[in-house]
Ligand binder design. Structure first.
Ligand code: TXE
Length: 485
């Protein structure tokens, strides 16, 4: 399939079908600011079609042995891996991320997600409880029915596969809605699902906007489980829509993650890790460490070396192999970044590096959405720039004097998704990890993922945990069977 100028139709009941209203949305390429393809601009009627297909498919799919479901997911993983280059190029064009990042992170992780859940369902444990000599209890974990899976634009295939794989592995059928900003790899995944022979209606993808298609999914009474990843504002709307219908909901939302460097850290590792956690995917990862705190005795040295290393990042055309900083996903996001850089200066911050939207020399990207990796110092800890999610290549660096002070800084936010701590003092690592209010604490690392561990945020970073056993349990209904002796 040629991705340029393609018209992405919905994938319902194993077929690519036009949206009922016949309407399409332009799909822009962030690096050029110009449309390069179109996606269906669907609405609730298309969601109804998908529900009919998913409901019909559930009857057989939920009865299939886990070993059979596992084989379909393994086949999907193999086919994505076979087409790694095609998927990487598409993901780079669609999101603006460097093709090297799509090839090393996004697509391999999508393959890993399908493989992980394909095998995890073969080894699930169940519980039995003997009630004295009165009764024998065992727990059945059964698929819940149709799962509604709504994903964002920053890691499109990675985050969508992280929902589709456990949902269908556990015997549910799925209706997925990728972000209207980056629909391409979800569309390509449907071609893979069909080639893998996934039975019709097990996976359905309905393209379109949040207010029309996303809201129709969260409002549909037959879609009983919702897994959402996106912004906190939208997450609140999803929760409000699901509450009256008593749906089971998992929300993976925004973050404003602290990255703490103690003076005893391995400095080379801390600098390398902090540049990566600050600017990977142009800072458009909910796990990015956008608030850097450095112990005062090491602060000056860290700032100098961090700026020196950041200034070397190659900003350019996402399709250029040398590029390390690609484009911002769209103009509204670029304007949001500019707004916060201006706000930071009004709040007393100093732009130590970057701070503006460069115009790229090459003609192809002249109208694209780019922003320099930006470092801001001298801000008050609890100013808006340090509390609100910017979701771009912008970090603040602040000194601290002791453990208690920096833990207070780290927790002074409405978010609680992830954090990093750089120290070679193991006791301190355990102490600090225990006191930081985030769902994940990385020590001397960042974005090191073991799919078996729970993943998710506290406070306004979300509700529920995905990953590993948690994900399999999220998509199943536990039933207690109690047999009197
Ligand atoms: O997210 P949205 P966006 C943050 C980041 C970003 C902000 C907005 O700060 O600036 O969220 O980004 C669908 N009912 N994150 O606009 O709006 C929408 O179509 C149901 C953090 O991408 O949350 C898309 O498919 N669905 C996040 C998905 O929700 C609705 C990653 C996400 O869109 C809907 C991305 C509705 N009413 C952004 N409205 C993370 N945690 O990684 C929209 N959608």
């Amino acid at each position: 399939m040629r991705i340029e100028s393609s018209q992405m139709r919905n994938f319902i009941n194993g077929e690519f079908v036009e949206p009922i209203n016949g309407r399409y949305l332009d799909n822009l390429e962030p690096a050029t600011g110009k449309p390069y393809s179109q996606a269906a601009d669907s609405d609730a009627h298309d969601v109804d079609l998908a529900v009919t297909a998913a409901e019909k498919a559930f009857v057989d799919w939920s009865k299939k042995p886990a070993t059979e479901r596992s084989r379909f997911l393994l086949r999907i993983a193999d086919l994505i891996e076979r087409d790694l280059e095609k998927f990487s190029r598409a993901e780079s064009i669609d999101t603006g991320k460097p093709i090297s990042l799509a090839r090393s992170l996004d697509i391999p992780r999508a393959v890993a997600n399908f493989r992980f859940f394909a095998t995890a369902i073969l080894h699930t444990e169940s519980e039995a409880h003997i009630t004295d000599n009165v009764a024998f209890n065992y727990t059945l974990r059964q698929p819940r029915g149709i799962a509604g899976l709504i994903s964002p634009w920053n890691l499109p295939l990675y985050l969508l596969s992280w929902k589709i794989a456990p949902a269908i592995a556990t015997g549910n059928t799925a209706i997925a809605k990728p972000s209207e900003l980056t629909p391409m790899t979800a569309y390509m995944l449907c071609e893979i699902a069909r080639e893998a022979g996934l039975p019709n209606g097990v996976l359905n993808v309905v393209h379109g906007t949040g207010p029309k298609v996303g809201a129709a999914i969260t409002a549909h009474p037959k879609i009983t489980t919702i897994s959402f990843t996106g912004g906190t504002v939208t997450g609140r709307k999803v929760a409000e829509a699901c509450a009256p219908l008593f749906k089971k909901v998992s929300l993976e939302l925004g973050g404003k993650n602290p990255n703490i460097i103690f003076a005893d850290a391995d400095f080379d590792a801390a600098i390398t890790g902090s540049v990566r956690s600050s600017f990977a995917n142009q800072g458009q990862i909910c796990l990015c460490g956008s608030r850097v705190f450095v112990e005062r005795s090491a602060y000056k040295n860290f700032v100098e070396r961090f700026i020196e290393r950041t200034a070397q990042l190659c900003l350019g055309d996402p399709l250029d192999e040398k590029t390390e900083q690609g484009a911002i996903v769209n103009k509204p996001q670029l304007d949001k970044i500019k707004f916060y850089v201006d706000l930071a200066q009004k709040e007393g911050g100093k732009i130590a590096l970057g701070g503006s939207a460069p115009q790229l020399p090459n003609d192809r990207c002249r109208e694209g959405y780019f922003f320099q990796p930006t470092v801001i110092t001298d801000l008050p800890v609890s100013c808006r720039t340090n509390r609100e999610e910017i979701f771009g290549p912008v970090v603040t660096i602040t000194p601290f004097d002791n453990e208690e002070e920096v833990i207070g800084y780290a927790n002074d936010t409405d978010y609680g998704l992830a954090s990093s701590v750089w120290t070679q003092n193991l006791n301190r690592a355990h102490r600090v990890a225990e006191k930081i209010h985030t769902g994940t604490v990385w020590v001397n690392c960042w974005l090191l993922r073991d799919l078996r561990v729970p993943f998710g945020g506290m406070k306004q970073s979300g509700v529920g945990r995905e990953g590993g056993e948690e994900a399999l349990r999220f998509f199943t209904e536990p039933k207690n069977v109690c047999i009197a002796r």
